[in-house]
Design a protein around this ligand. Sequence first.
Ligand SMILES: Nc1ncnc2c1ncn2[C@@H]1O[C@H](COP(=O)(O)OP(=O)(O)O)[C@@H](O)[C@H]1O
Ligand SMILES: [Mg+2]
Length: 296
Amino acid sequence: MARASKERAKQQAHGDGDVTQVRARGAAAGDDASGLEQRSENHQIRVRGLAKTFGEHEVLRGVDLDIERGHINVIIGGSGAGKSVMMKHLIGLLKPTAGHIYVDGEDIVPLDDYQLNRVRRKFGMLFQYAALFDSMTVEENVMFPLLEHRKKEMSRAQMKELVREKLQSLGLYNVEQKYPAELSGGMRKRVGLARAIITQPEVLFYDEPTTGLDPIATKNVDEMIAEISEQLGVTSVVISHDMASTFRIGHRVSMLYKGQIVASGSPSEIITNDHPQLREFLEHSGVNVATAEVRR
Ligand SMILES: Nc1ncnc2c1ncn2[C@@H]1O[C@H](COP(=O)(O)OP(=O)(O)O)[C@@H](O)[C@H]1O
Ligand SMILES: [Mg+2]
């Protein structure tokens, strides 16, 4: 059994009331104001005081966020709240105006592109609309990160075989030579997912993975995210505007509002959190919180 699912099984056995343990873990992990000890077994990524201004526009104003190792961490928030901008900082695509981002205890903010590449080897990403290269076949798309990061370790034949295996593990057969335009939306997402996990990352980032999908395809993608999390024991960071989906898959949910994290907790804690903007967001999401399917 994967480490993550073991831990989860343990949590389920303890029920939801295990708040003291969570607090104790937080304290032991160095949640003190000094910010000197940012390495933590439980938190793969720690964000402290992250700020980003574009010209006059303050998009992030001091984001503090812990990403739990081996769990599914969902970030919610209205359109334009800064979710994608925040995620781009976590993977080192943007440099902040102020603040720190610790990945396994190492602050990635001062790193140059060469050093960042080493950190990025831990990451896999699935962007909005899957962002496949239209002019490349499915095989070329999924192989792309291998060519970037594993060229010295693997032969082309080994890469092809691995691509085929990954596609099959996601239920895609004989699509290697097809182009993205020949596939359905749900299939394209799965190809994007195969590409994201092909290098066996420790952390998977998803930016609105279900945008543009119908409810059934959305549920399929949700199930895949949950399965990949369990099977590979990876840490997942998912940006979502879909509350039904958020509650279904999330172990931890955080809301970004006006450039700050204003609420954070398990889905059941989020459902009962009385932060006004969170309540408003939930009410407008169309999800009935009384009957919502909630991950425990
Ligand atoms: N490269 C950029 N230059 C200037 N403004 C940007 C840039 N990227 C994002 N923004 C602005 O930052 C705000 C947050 O954007 P984004 O993170 O994409 O929102 P969302 O929460 O919908 O993902 C928006 O107002 C957007 O226009
Ligand atoms: Mg976005």
